[in-house]
Write a protein that binds this ligand. Sequence first.
Ligand SMILES: [Fe+2]
Length: 254
Amino acid sequence: MHKLINGIKRTIDAQIQQIPQPVFGIVTDYDPSRHMIRAMVMPSNVQTGWLAVGTAMVGPEWGLVAPPAAGQQVVLTPTDGAGDNYVVSAMCYSTQNTPPQPGGNQVVPGEIAIVSKTGTFLHLRTNGDLLVSTTGNLTATVAGNTAITTTGNTAISTTGTTNVTSTGNLTVDSSGNIVVSATGTTTISGSSINLDSTTVIGGNGTSQQLATRNFVYNIFANHTHPGVQTGGGSTGIPTQQPDATSTTSNFQAS
Ligand SMILES: [Fe+2]
């Protein structure tokens, strides 16, 4: 009886041994047009043909694409009974290919990180932060509208030149103060410039008012003096003095 049972066991074991099992492979080539690789099967060092690389999401001209590199370790799962055709079912970090630490931070459970070979990364952290860092340019092209809303502070800092360009209107609206300062020249140009304020503050920090065009013209063309004297004497100041209608806080260049 035991002989019979042992014989059955040996037969079953032999059959199980015939079933191809997943193996590790080392990537040797990648074809970007087909998202396929060739690999060296470990430990037999047998070169495979071109193998499909499984990924998390695939669609026509869309999906998640993260090609494995030559030298990278992958898991090859047999796709037929003969065991000579595989699909790349997983990629594994190893002592040669250790996990990245974007920005010097380990990626811990609960986090998601995408890191390129150059070090550009996207890191969703457990503290709620989203870290985006590029080693090259950052380009965002938006066919629709862009809206950025924050309840905290916003800081944009660059050591280069900053340009804000619009073919439409550009509005800067603040319920607080607006400060524009430059260590160089500040230039404001436009087909017309309107200053609309109840108070214009001069360079000495005191309130100033702007003379109207008519008042300035009248001073030059029509003013008269009291106390006119001959020779080198001095006259009094012009008879026409600015009144409430001579100055304005609304200034329009012309
Ligand atoms: Fe005069």
